[in-house]
Design a protein around this ligand. Sequence first.
Ligand SMILES: NC(=O)c1ccc[n+]([C@@H]2O[C@H](COP(=O)([O-])OP(=O)(O)OC[C@H]3O[C@@H](n4cnc5c(N)ncnc54)[C@H](O)[C@@H]3O)[C@@H](O)[C@H]2O)c1
Length: 355
Amino acid sequence: MTASLKRIAVIPGDGIGPEVTAEALKALRTVFAAGKRGAEFTEFDWGADRYLRDGTSLPAGALEMLRSQFDAILFGAVGDPRIPSNQHALDILFGMRFGLDLYVNIRPCVLFDRRFTPLRDRAEAEVNFLVLRENTEGLYANIGGQFKRNTPDEVALQEEVNTRKGVERILRYAFEDARSRPRKRLCMSDKSNALTHGHDLWQRAFREIRQQFSEVDSRHLYIDTLVMEMVRDPGQFDVIVTNNLFGDIISDLGAQLAGGLGLSPSANIHPGQVSMFEPVHGSAPALAGKNVANPFGAILTSAMLCDYLGWREQGNALRNAVRSALREGKCTADLGGKLGTREAGDYVAALLSSA
Ligand SMILES: NC(=O)c1ccc[n+]([C@@H]2O[C@H](COP(=O)([O-])OP(=O)(O)OC[C@H]3O[C@@H](n4cnc5c(N)ncnc54)[C@H](O)[C@@H]3O)[C@@H](O)[C@H]2O)c1
């Protein structure tokens, strides 16, 4: 692998995944051509059709191949009503998140235009924060079991895993990220008043690590207070760091504050290793094949991918093009526009090639 040529694996997935990924690729190809950046895209057909055809979800050896041969992964979405168990989606998505140890989930909540927030009288600058979610343990470690299933005495256990290594590394990442941002503010959130074992570990690690980052203005909020404050006064937040479950929930709240799922990007990162970039939304089966899905979440996701590759100029160009399209009303119907998925993607690509 040469330093200048980046290799990007593309997994469009199911439902609207392929439609929005095609627009993200169009935008990436345009911005790479304009900036003379060398990238090679390799597409994989992992998803519901393949699973139904031959039973393959995440193929054997896939993780090793991704790790050794690629710099980044652009992912669409998975989920298909023909597979009610969602098994293929769990295998593919959690397979990559856990198998590649992508321990930081980054969800920027940035309001591009005040018309899109459901909050009254808010300026763009008042919704501009990052949610950093621990992405490899917590309640998602899939440890537990069921006893006396389907009887009146049924017991279901789901264990939350918090390791010293896992908690420390996400907190350290969050402090480093906060230190690099203009406002240098960090809020750690947990429920340590009730979850006195696992979240006490978060408290102790937080108190230790914050001492190494005196330039960061850091504080703690219980998760129930945090959600109230996010709605009451989102402008107070810069970087929010929390565990897997709470991060999953509050990043959707943050997505709504910033204009909804159609505009929300995310990254799953292990610094220095192959990392995965996906829009926050799912496969929205009811919208699939109709050219109505909003591609901007996927295009903003590709901007995060550029940042990760060290190509910040291209990332900013993608964000600016989406911002301009939104301001001009050149968007899909979920945001009040009249364009289809392809037309909205074409508009952004045209802005990029004329910049
Ligand atoms: N990361 C992922 O791949 C991922 C994430 C969430 C859900 N899913 C899967 O997706 C399937 C559908 O799940 P869901 O309905 O709960 O969530 P979803 O995100 O697919 O859709 C939720 C709502 O948002 C709308 N929406 C989503 N993306 C949009 C876009 N780009 N443009 C316009 N509107 C958009 C949908 O129409 C729907 O009303 C399920 O199988 C679920 O398991 C996958």
